[in-house]
Design a protein around this ligand. Sequence first.
Ligand SMILES: NC(=O)c1ccc[n+]([C@@H]2O[C@H](COP(=O)([O-])OP(=O)(O)OC[C@H]3O[C@@H](n4cnc5c(N)ncnc54)[C@H](OP(=O)(O)O)[C@@H]3O)[C@@H](O)[C@H]2O)c1
Length: 288
Amino acid sequence: GYKEEYCALLRRKINMKYTFWGNSGTGKETAVALAARGARVIIACRDHEKAARAVREIKLRSRSFNVFHMELDLASLHSVREFCKKFLQQEKSLHILVNNAGMPGVLDWTNDGFSMCFGVNHLGHFLLTNLLLPRLKECAPSRVITLTCSCYKYQKLDFQDLNYNLLPFFTYCRSKLANIYFSQELARITEGKGVTSYAVHPGFVQSRWTCHYSFLFRILMQVVMWMFSVPCEIGAQTVVYCAVSNEAAKHSGGYFADCQPAALRPFARDAGVAKKLWEASERLVKLA
Ligand SMILES: NC(=O)c1ccc[n+]([C@@H]2O[C@H](COP(=O)([O-])OP(=O)(O)OC[C@H]3O[C@@H](n4cnc5c(N)ncnc54)[C@H](OP(=O)(O)O)[C@@H]3O)[C@@H](O)[C@H]2O)c1
């Protein structure tokens, strides 16, 4: 049954006009897949040169001219607000929002003084989604897909120290757990309003995430990835599935891996924690 639905999905054209995404790895592959299905794709990137190159490649591979880029740096809340202002002025529709961008575990700080992982992976997307939510509601049915990672299970959130920035891998795990709570709470508050929300684990993907680390670590990870990881096209499949499948639409708030709903550890399904994180995030990004 799954194989048949998957084959049907590969052929399905979508009439959703607007969507946006990133300039490398899983994000680029998702953009290719959605553009090839007829979507107008806007990739939101912090580096103009890279974005322009990615747009050229996405256009060529998807055989679509309907691909654009806009400037967005998720490490700056000011940039997120500017991006949303411009987007809402120039685009009348938004049907699929993919919160793909992600920093792996690095001990750095954003422009606003948040730890890089928490600031980019969670707070940047939190503010972005909230500012675009009115447009998503206007364009319902619409979907928000947030990339997370199965490593969420190795950490819990500490509300006394949301800005935790001590062990790189654990900062990443916490930000990916925050993505899951965010996606669940978003599903709860938009229930009955035509907006659905999904958290997606793309698998262990051969993307460019190692570029943030030392040469030696990169060599080591190339070997590990060669043995255990999947190409970015495969990593993008679950995202595309959540973007276009009728079956996925029945599981708003769900966690998906390998193009199907997957089980979460009980602590990651705690609606109380999801609500608490939402409220704390509203305060941190100064959302009125
Ligand atoms: N790779 C894996 O095995 C794996 C596993 C589980 C989950 N994930 C998740 O999948 C998502 C995609 O990652 P990937 O594997 O495709 O890695 P990737 O190739 O490194 O892509 C990450 C993207 O995020 C963008 N980005 C980073 N910081 C940004 C910022 N401040 N503002 C705007 N864009 C920013 C990067 O842009 P630049 O090119 O400008 O840096 C890049 O386009 C991430 O959320 C990641 O956590 C990945």
